[in-house]
Design a protein around this ligand. Structure first.
Ligand code: DGY
Length: 327
């Protein structure tokens, strides 16, 4: 901590909701990012050298090289987000840098968005809206823009963690869907909290039965390109793929190829492997709904995430273990 200041210096790498920025400024000697301009690797390194903490977002790429900067002063990175695949956590551990995240608070909103993507792609909502805005809607016609019914269909969940379960609950209780799922470890019945869902032994089992497949597994070496060409081919031709997890869980090239061959019926995506870049072939496909990583984007959730990140920092500077420490 800077001797001249009683309060820890915290550099915030992205614009946060007003209420959060006010709170962060009241607790710390905060440097905000008013222009909301993404930090370069060099700027992240300079921030590590000139502050006691970084409050980062999922858009910052915090590699080992960034963390290994000479003369680092900051010993904590409070991530504004639950996913932390953009931070080299192994390097942080090795260097003794604490990393925290913001779990739970975004579960409901992300699950809402997964359901929204399912409905949008099945009922051709994006396509319909584009048609109306283009002034091309001529009249109601019995055969116009026929979509796929969602209610009563089978939803396959890959990764039955908090967000997977919240999505399953909405699908079953709201839309009367049958739920099957794959999870690496066995999910005990109590954890399903009344959901009538069947755990399958393999991802392929889930793919073979599902009308909708929704991804909720974390990003990492084990799940990179989990949905590859072979797995996409194992889906039913009328099925839809939904991704609100992380972009690298899907092989986007294989997805574009599967869609262009009508191997699957469509996709609803909120996340991409190289954000903000969206693979060009997907941009032209009417049966794909593309959102700009909006899973947690409600004011309530974004404020909650910010206050949680601030609490992690406060605990750290009070000499306690932050409540959401991941490294
Ligand atoms: C997260 O927190 O990991 C989300 O993807 C951001 O919305």
């Amino acid at each position: 901590m800077n001797a001249a200041s009683a309060r820890p210096k915290v550099i915030v790498t992205g614009r946060l909701p007003e209420e959060v920025e006010r709170e962060v400024c009241s607790r710390f000697d905060a440097q905000l990012n008013i222009d909301d301009r993404p930090f370069t690797a060099r700027e992240l390194q300079q921030a590590l050298q000139s502050s006691d903490a970084l409050l980062t977002t999922v858009a910052d790429r915090i590699t080992a090289e960034v963390l290994e900067v000479e003369g680092r002063r900051a010993n904590i990175i409070a991530n504004y987000g639950v996913g932390y695949n953009h931070i080299d956590v192994a390097a942080a551990k090795r260097l003794g840098i604490t990393v925290t995240n913001t779990p739970d608070i975004l579960t409901d909103c992300t699950a809402d968005l997964a359901i929204m993507l399912m409905l949008m792609v099945a009922r051709r909502a994006g396509e319909g809206e584009r048609l109306v805005r283009a002034g091309q809607w001529t009249s109601w016609r019995p055969t116009h823009m026929i979509g796929t019914r969602v209610s009563g269909k089978t939803l396959g969940i890959i990764g039955m963690g908090r967000i997977g379960r919240a999505t399953a609950r909405r699908a079953q209780h709201g839309l009367g869907m049958k739920v099957v799922f794959f999870n690496r470890s066995r999910v005990p019945a109590e954890a399903l909290e009344g959901l009538d869902a069947t755990q399958c032994d393999s991802i392929e089992d889930v793919l073979a039965q599902s009308d909708f497949v929704s991804l909720h597994c974390p990003s990492g070496d084990e799940t990179r390109h989990l949905m590859n060409a072979a797995r996409l081919a194992a889906m039913q031709p009328h099925a839809f793929l939904i991704n609100t997890a992380r972009g690298d869980v899907v092989d986007e090239e294989a997805l574009a190829a599967a869609l262009s061959r009508s191997q699957i019926a469509g996709a609803g995506l909120d996340v991409y492997e190289h954000e903000p870049r969206v693979p060009a072939p997907l941009l032209t496909m009417e049966n794909v709904v593309l959102l700009p990583h909006l899973g947690s984007a409600t004011l309530e959730t974004r404020v909650g995430m910010g206050l949680m990140a601030a609490d992690n920092l406060s605990a750290f500077f009070a000499g306690q273990v932050p409540p959401n420490k991941v490294a």
